[in-house]
Design a protein around this ligand. Structure first.
Ligand SMILES: CC(=O)[C@@H](O)[C@H](O)COP(=O)(O)O
Ligand SMILES: NCC(=O)COP(=O)(O)O
Length: 251
């Protein structure tokens, strides 16, 4: 089975940093710990209100990732808001388009690609991001029927929004929810896309998700990982994720 890669999302390190003046905890410092512990990449979601990751963090983290050949930088955001400026400035390995409104507490839905007007607005931005050298991933709900359209628009990957899995894990609904994700992964791959996944994944729910979906290229994890790092430390937490990814890939 494909060995899924881990991209550590640093949003919540930045959130704690913003609680005081100064730059501590420094997202770059913790990004380096994550990379040194084996993470394949770093992710940030620089929201327009800078509630956590600030515009100034974006190039600083780009410089850090450049010091680790082979690791990747993934910048998430709404391409109709501030994301494209960040892509033009630092040309990350991957751009993840997320349809968040500026006042959303967190990401809570994927793109609705049945909306032709939305697709017409997205297409030129996908083209521009790819022309900048970024792999483009669209944040999507696990709806198999939407995957072919993502490919048609020029996306390289989709990122499946996994909050529904996190809620269902350890409940009687788990198997049914996993089946919807597995069908979405299958449909995406059949359409010629690769598949990422993220949102509310954790040390406790990750393995079952990956075993059921089988071919996920990358998971990006931040909220739970940061909470787990409060208990185990950042390096040990990343090592625990990497051990899960190794174990699942051996099955
Ligand atoms: C797209 C997604 O699900 C997350 O990557 C997002 O970055 C979470 O944003 P917050 O960290 O602001 O909750
Ligand atoms: N794209 C998902 C991500 O980067 C992190 O989401 P979360 O683990 O903070 O929920």
């Amino acid at each position: 089975m494909r060995r899924t890669l881990l991209s550590v999302n640093l949003n919540k390190i930045a959130l704690v940093r913003n609680a005081r003046e100064g730059n501590w905890p420094d997202p770059v410092y913790f990004g380096r710990i994550a990379l040194e512990a084996g993470a394949a990449g770093l992710t940030v979601h620089p929201r327009p209100d800078e509630r956590h990751v600030r515009a100034s963090d974006v190039p600083a983290l780009a410089e850090l990732v450049r010091q680790y050949p082979g690791r990747e930088y993934n910048i998430e955001g709404n391409p109709f808001h501030n994301l494209m400026d960040h892509l033009r400035a630092v040309r990350p390995h991957q751009a993840t388009f997320v349809p968040d409104a500026t006042d959303q507490i967190t990401s809570d839905h994927g793109f609705d690609l049945s909306d032709e007007a939305e697709c017409a607005r997205l297409k030129p931005l996908i083209d521009e991001a790819k022309a900048l050298g970024c792999r483009v991933s669209l944040f999507m709900d696990p709806v198999p029927e939407m995957m072919a359209k993502a490919k048609e628009l020029g996306a390289d990957r989709v990122e499946l929004y996994t909050e529904a899995w996190a809620v269902a894990a350890e409940t009687p609904a788990a198997e049914g929810v996993l089946a919807a994700y597995a069908s979405s992964v299958e449909a995406a791959i059949e359409a010629g896309l690769e598949v990422n996944a993220g949102h509310d994944l954790s040390l406790t729910n990750l393995a079952q998700f990956l075993r059921a979906t089988k071919d996920v290229a990358e998971v990006s994890i931040g909220h739970a990982l940061t909470a787990e790092a409060l208990e185990f430390g950042m390096a040990e937490t990343v090592r625990r994720y990497e051990a899960i990814l190794d174990e699942v890939a051996r099955c």
